[in-house]
Design a protein around this ligand. Structure first.
Ligand code: GAR
Length: 317
C-alpha cells in the first residue's frame, strides 16, 4: 500500500519531529516523511532530519509579511508532494490563506489538555491553577489558534512541588507517543472502509429525499420513488476495491473516464453494461468535493422531475 506523504514544520529542537520520523521507520507505518521545513534556517531539528536523509528547507520569516512567508512554505510543501502537514513546535501564527489550503490535512501538537491553556506558558498556568493533570493534545488546525477538533490527548499527573520545567520535560515524552499514533490513525482513516462509508453516507443522504438500504449485501442509496443512485462497494466478489458506484450518462462517458483516469475509475461488474461507473475510494486522498458532484449528478439521473426541478431552482441561488 502506498504511504501517505507527510511534511513536518518545526521552529526549534524538533524532538516531536524526530518522534514522527522514527515512527515512520517502523514496519507498517502508514506515512512517510517527505520534508522537514522551518522558519529558522538554524533550527537544530533541520540538521537532525537531514542526517536521516530527509529533505529539509529552512527560510527565515524575518522581514516578510505572514502571507508572503506562508506562500514560500506552501510552495515547498507542494513540491514535496505532501498530502498532510504536521506542525511540531512550529511557533508561527499562520495566515488564513495557508490554513484554508491545508484545512482538514494539517495537525498540530499543543502542550496542554485543550481547550485549556491555548497559547504559551501552558505548564505554569496548569500548575498555578492547581490542576491535578497537565497534558498534551493533537488537534486539526483551523483559523483560530489552538482551537481545531481534538484528535487525541494524554493526561500527565502534576506532582506536589511541581515546576513548569519538570512538567514540560515529562509532557514531551507523552507528546512523542501521542503524536506518532494519532498521525498514523489519521492518515489511515481514508483507507478505512467504515470511515469511507461514513463520508459517502453523509454526502448521499444530504441530497433531497435520499434514503439508504442494503441491496445485494451492499449499502445502497435511493431517492424517493425507489431508484438507486449510488452503491458503496467493499471487496465485492473479492475484487479488493473500496468503491462508489454511480450512474454516468452512459457507456461512452464510462469508457472515456476509464481511459482518462484508470487509477480512479473502473467498470463495475453487473452494473457496468448499464453505464454505471465505479470510483476507487481507497487511494488515501480522495477529493470529496468531486465525489459530492458525482453523487449529485447520479441523483439527478434517478430522481423524479418534481425533485430535480426543486434542485434546479435551489441551484440558481
Ligand atoms: C512541544 O512541547 C510542543 O507541544 C510545543 O513546543 C514544543 C516543541 O518541542 N508546541 C507549542 O507550544 C505550539 N503552540 P520540540 O521542538 O522538541 O518538538
Amino acid at each position: 500500500m502506498t504511504k501517505a506523504k507527510v511534511a513536518i514544520l518545526i521552529s526549534g529542537r524538533g524532538s516531536n519531529m524526530m518522534a514522527l520520523l522514527y515512527a515512520a521507520k517502523l514496519p507498517d507505518c502508514p506515512y512517510e516523511v517527505v520534508l522537514v521545513a522551518s522558519n529558522d534556517p538554524d533550527a537544530p531539528g533541520l540538521a537532525l532530519a537531514a542526517a536521516e536523509g530527509v529533505p529539509t528547507f529552512g527560510h527565515s520569516h524575518k522581514g516578510l509579511d505572514r502571507t508572503s512567508f506562508d506562500a514560500i512554505i506552501d510552495a515547498q510543501l507542494k513540491e514535496s508532494g505532501a498530502d498532510y502537514v504536521a506542525l511540531a513546535g512550529y511557533m508561527r501564527i499562520l495566515s488564513t490563506e495557508f490554513v484554508q489550503k491545508w484545512e482538514g490535512r494539517m495537525l498540530n501538537i499543543h502542550p496542554s489538555l485543550l481547550p485549556k491553556y491555548k497559547g504559551l506558558d501552558t505548564h505554569a498556568r496548569a500548575i498555578a491553577a492547581g490542576d491535578s493533570h497537565g497534558g498534551c493534545s493533537v488537534h486539526l488546525v483551523t483559523a483560530e489558534l489552538d482551537d481545531g477538533p481534538v484528535l487525541g490527548q494524554l493526561r500527565i499527573a502534576i506532582l506536589p512541588e511541581e515546576t513548569a520545567e519538570n512538567l514540560a520535560n515529562r509532557v514531551v515524552f507523552a507528546e512523542h507517543q501521542l503524536y506518532a499514533r494519532v498521525l498514523a490513525d489519521f492518515v489511515s482513516r481514508e483507507r478505512n472502509p467504515e470511515w469511507l462509508l461514513g463520508k459517502v453516507r453523509e454526502l448521499a443522504l444530504a441530497l433531497p429525499e435520499a434514503s439508504e438500504k442494503t441491496s445485494h449485501g451492499s449499502p445502497g442509496f435511493f431517492v424517493e420513488g425507489g431508484k438507486f443512485f449510488a452503491y458503496f462497494s467493499y471487496d465485492h466478489h473479492h475484487d479488493g476495491i473500496i468503491g462508489l458506484l454511480v450512474k454516468s450518462s452512459g457507456v461512452e462517458e464510462q469508457a472515456m473516464l476509464i481511459e482518462r483516469d484508470p487509477d480512479l475509475y473502473y467498470r463495475p461488474a453487473y452494473l457496468g453494461p448499464s453505464g454505471w461507473i465505479g470510483i476507487d475510494l481507497g487511494s488515501g486522498s480522495m477529493d470529496w468535493e468531486h465525489i459530492g458532484e458525482w453523487l449529485r449528478k447520479s441523483w439527478r439521473l434517478s430522481a423524479p422531475k418534481r425533485l430535480t426541478k426543486m434542485l434546479d431552482i435551489a441551484d440558481q441561488f
